[in-house]
Design a protein around this ligand. Structure first.
Ligand code: GLU
Length: 443
């Protein structure tokens, strides 16, 4: 029997990081087992449904690259299943329970006779857990207004969709004995269960939707690359049997086993995620870095359709291994695109106000006028030979030059930065900083 798993979100208006991780683990398991990943929107609670809430789920899954495999066809694309469109199916099943006298009408509601016994829930992650249902009231499965309760539709769809493994958050573990009772009453073999431990905040508190990092929809705007977030989510509760932390998705797919999912709760660590994002930015192709970085610079008004793409690409390359988040780019790169770039007051104080600094800039300017070819290696050679001639450390030129040209004391490698800025900009900025000309910089 081929593996069939599903992600079954209720549209609540956000894709919580816990939900995204559940989706990811299902997806990984399906891809690992060469099975099928079903997306099923559990939207029977009509009061809470909105197209917006559904779109948030779709866009979050798409952003993370979690593609689903089947559903009623819609315009060439696979549409997911919507429970709101499957009411006849649920009615049929409720009727079956009524006919078998396993459910009864109670003031317009339909209630399932929960077996008053101890139910053993076998779980691939948590091990077997026993639940005593003897004191539980019967389970409402259809409300008097005809709407269906989660427990019924969840089980019916797992039967109808031939789900083999239910991989979901541990918060559903206590529902599972009831679900097993429904499977039994409906004469269907239950799927295997794997309940994933929860994601906690770093301080051990339960993660709510307001906590930092909770909403997947915020990640793009906060400067994360989807591939980095996906990698981080893989490690929230799973790890390969070695200490690698950065893996290609194909490697995770090959290694992913439910038996490697941790039994303890995972802790969400924003610093770690930012570190991982930085690692991804450094390692991704320059094409990808440009693809994701350009819109951020455009949004900040630094880059437009008129910007020379070759210059933009070269400028982005200088900071690729330096920034952690795409949202760092405007601060790191404004001086590539604006002559009136911000000047860091501390950096200016330290490097430009230092005695002799402006003379160094004037000498350097004279030297760089003749630098040829204008590339990082030659710029370095020229700056260093000038320092040797003047019998001072290269730093006496390097620091004021960096601040004069970028307004900052940290940034890309100086020579690479000068190469990309080009001779005209560099000479102009050295002039301005040394007082040979004025204007331009924001102070
Ligand atoms: N709709 C349920 C939820 O969003 C999912 C239940 C399940 O995965 O079985 O929590």
């Amino acid at each position: 029997m081929s593996t069939r798993v599903r992600f079954a979100p209720s549209p609540t208006g956000l894709l919580h990081v816990g939900g995204a991780r559940t989706a990811l683990f299902n997806w990984l398991y399906a891809r690992h087992a060469k099975g099928v990943f079903v997306l099923r929107v559990e939207d029977t609670d009509e009061a809470r449904n909105s197209q917006e809430a559904i779109d948030v789920i779709f866009s979050g899954l798409k952003w993370l690259g979690l593609d689903w495999d089947e559903g009623p066809q819609k315009g060439g694309d696979y549409g997911p299943y919507f429970q709101s469109q499957r009411k006849e199916i649920y009615l049929r099943y409720a009727q079956r329970l009524l006919d078998a006298k396993l459910a009864y009408d109670d003031k317009g509601a339909i209630r399932f006779k929960l077996p008053k016994k101890i139910v053993r829930v076998p779980d691939l992650i948590c091990g077997a857990v026993h639940f005593d249902l003897s004191a539980e009231p019967d389970l409402t499965i259809v409300r008097p207004d005809g709407s269906f309760i989660f427990h019924l539709v969840n089980v019916v769809d797992d039967i109808e969709m031939k789900i083999t493994h239910v991989i979901r958050g541990e918060d559903h573990l206590s529902n599972t004995p009831k679900h097993l009772a429904l499977f039994e009453a409906l004469g269907a073999a239950p799927p295997l269960y794997a309940h994933i431990p929860l994601i906690l905040n770093r301080d051990g508190s339960k993660m709510s939707k307001r906590d930092e990092g909770a909403a997947v929809g915020d990640y793009a705007a906060k400067g994360f690359a989807p591939e980095a977030v996906r990698n981080y989510l893989c490690f929230l509760g799973w790890s390969p049997k070695d200490d690698r932390e950065i893996l290609l998705m194909d490697e995770v797919v090959a290694l992913f086993e439910l038996s490697n999912v941790h039994r303890h709760n995972a802790r969400f660590d924003m610093d770690k995620l930012q570190w991982m994002n930085g690692q991804y930015l450094a390692r991704m192709t320059l094409d990808r870095f440009v693809e994701l970085g350009r819109p951020v610079l455009e949004k900040n008004g630094l880059v437009s359709a008129q910007t020379d793409p070759v210059y933009l690409r070269a400028a982005l390359e200088t900071v690729k291994e330096k920034v952690k988040l795409f949202t760092d780019l405007p601060i790191w790169m404004a001086y590539f695109f604006k002559d009136a770039f911000p000047m860091d007051a501390d950096a200016a104080e330290k490097s430009l106000k230092k005695p002799g600094a402006l003379d160094c800039l004037r000498d350097l300017r004279t030297r760089l006028e003749r630098t040829s070819p204008w590339n990082a290696a030659q710029l370095e050679a020229d700056l260093k030979s000038l320092a040797a001639e003047k019998k001072v450390k290269a730093g006496e030129f390097i620091h004021p030059c960096r601040v004069a040209c970028s307004g900052r004391s940290i940034g890309p490698g100086l020579y690479q930065m000068l190469e990309v800025l080009g001779r005209a900009r560099v000479l102009d900025r050295l002039d301005r900083a040394s007082g040979a000309t004025t204007g331009g910089m924001e102070r």
